[in-house]
Design a binder for this molecule. Structure first.
Ligand SMILES: Cc1ncc(COP(=O)(O)O)c(C=O)c1O
Length: 462
């Protein structure tokens, strides 16, 4: 790496030098005022916001600054989105360039789209090169459902408890919604969409005599389900490689290879929803690659444009013809700014050795997570690969009863100390920007550990 490249790679370090730095109590007075005023009109805010109503004014690299001037260390990347750090200069410049030159050209090609197509086809594994571009993850998942139907001529879909894929009818039919949301929507699953349990090593449904999770039992159940519970018309399994929203739940290593065997036997496709886990977050372009499985269709988003709304549905080359049957036309999908953001992001991942950084610093995160589990009685489980991490809090390690109150308190306490991150009830999720080094990773993990220890004292666990 040349000096200029090294300098370009280190652009975020100066803004991160003193983070976190708090100058008021948090959330500060201006944050509280602004949030209250916004919430008068804006309805349905996430629990993440309600539990900590901060308002951000700017972001640079791994640092977020709120409207009161407090600086937070970012362990959220927005919501798994700004993976190369807030306002990466190369990405921002690429978007600005096209914002001044050509904002929309429907689905005609453009110089930047041509380059993006070639780049995506070159980095994605397994001849995944039949591409459609969209502007949110949900739309990409809907396109994957259309594509699976067009490719197979079949119409049923199987997904899994606690997977999340978006909120429009097809995507929500594959996703677990909270009880409250499901009750307000009415029946949320379209006919022909089924959910099955998938292996969660911490909370296994089926185990072997030695207590280890029994992946074969899950596969046998799916086999029975395909025979007895469907009309024999299953187009695809739609699955996240790792359940992100569900709490960073990683399957056992033999799950996807065995599922692939089952799918091959029944000529069922694997639609791999990598909107959250893809594009480097776990140290590979696609998380499924960790298990040596190539999907038939993949959806990517979030990190793809590092904050600019650009997503993609990509199928294997041999399915290109079938994709001609489902139009790729959309108002915003593939606009020049979006293509520029995605192209620049992929180039940055290559130029700055991001995958390598994720693997190295990821090992540090894994070590710290293991220590949390050893030292803290309310930490029932920790898991992660690369920069996709989770901590599950329980009232009692033997019963594994979820500890929602502790989850809220730890989230709030750590945020108050200057760590921006993501709760999911009793499971705390972390998705730091992939540029982060071990030094800043340590600062964030220290804050989390301190917050857990304080909550344990308050709740009588130490
Ligand atoms: C795995 C997965 N798929 C799809 C979506 C929906 O993406 P979007 O919110 O961009 O529509 C999400 C959002 O979090 C997701 O995590």
């Amino acid at each position: 790496m040349s000096d200029t490249q090294r300098e370009a790679r280190d652009w975020w370090r100066s803004s991160a030098a003193d983070v976190p730095k708090l100058v008021t109590e948090t959330p500060g007075p201006e944050s509280r005022r602004m949030h209250a005023n916004t919430a008068k009109y804006m309805k349905g805010l996430s629990s993440q916001v309600k539990l900590f109503p901060v308002c951000f004014a700017e972001g640079s690299g791994i640092t977020l600054t709120d409207v009161d001037g407090n600086k937070y260390l970012d362990f959220s990347s927005g919501i798994y989105v700004t993976s190369l750090g807030h306002c990466h200069p190369k990405v921002s410049e690429a978007v600005c360039h096209w914002a001044k030159k050509l904002m929309n050209a429907h689905d005609f090609s453009s110089p930047v789209k041509e380059r993006l197509m070639e780049k995506m086809a070159s980095v994605l594994p397994g001849r995944l090169n039949a591409i459609q571009l969209y502007s949110d993850g949900t739309a990409a998942v809907e396109a994957a459902i259309r594509a699976a139907r067009a490719i197979t001529g079949r119409h049923e879909f199987i997904s899994a408890y606690r997977d999340f894929h978006g909120k429009t009818l097809g995507a929500v039919s594959c996703a677990q919604m909270s009880r409250g949301a499901a009750l307000s929507y009415g029946p949320s699953r379209a006919p022909g969409f089924y959910m099955v349990p998938r292996p969660d090593p911490y909370r296994p449904l089926w185990t072997k005599p030695d207590g280890a999770i029994d992946t074969d039992a899950y596969i046998r159940f799916y086999e029975t389900f395909i025979r007895e519970g469907t009309v024999g018309n299953v187009a695809a399994f739609v699955l996240e490689p790792v359940q992100g929203w569900g709490g960073s739940i990683f399957p056992p290593d033999d799950f996807f290879p065995k599922l692939k065997g089952l799918c091959d036997r029944h000529r069922i496709l694997i639609c791999d929803d990598e909107v959250l886990a893809g594009m480097g977050r776990t140290g590979e372009w696609l998380t499924l690659s960790h298990w040596g499985v190539a999907p038939d269709i993949v959806t990517i988003g979030k990190s793809l444009g590092n904050g600019f709304p650009v997503t993609a549905m990509v199928a294997r080359e041999e399915h290109g013809e079938a994709l001609e049957k489902i139009s790729a036309s959309s108002s915003y999908g593939g606009n020049p700014m979006a293509c520029a953001a995605a192209l620049a992001s992929i180039e940055v991942i290559e130029e700055e050795g991001i995958l390598e950084n994720v693997r190295t610093v990821g090992e540090y995160f894994a070590k710290r997570l293991q220590q949390l589990k050893e030292r803290h009685p309310i930490v029932g489980d920790t898991r992660g690969k690369g920069f996709l991490l989770g901590v599950e809090l329980v009232k009692d390690r033997s019963t594994k009863e979820p500890f929602d109150r502790a989850g809220e308190l730890v989230y709030q306490k750590a945020f108050r100390k200057g760590l921006a991150w993501i709760p999911a009830g009793h499971i705390l999720r972390m998705s730091p920007p992939l540029i982060m080094d071990e030094k800043r990773a340590a600062v964030g993990m220290d804050i989390i550990e301190e917050a857990i220890a304080e909550v344990e004292s308050e709740l009588g666990y130490r």
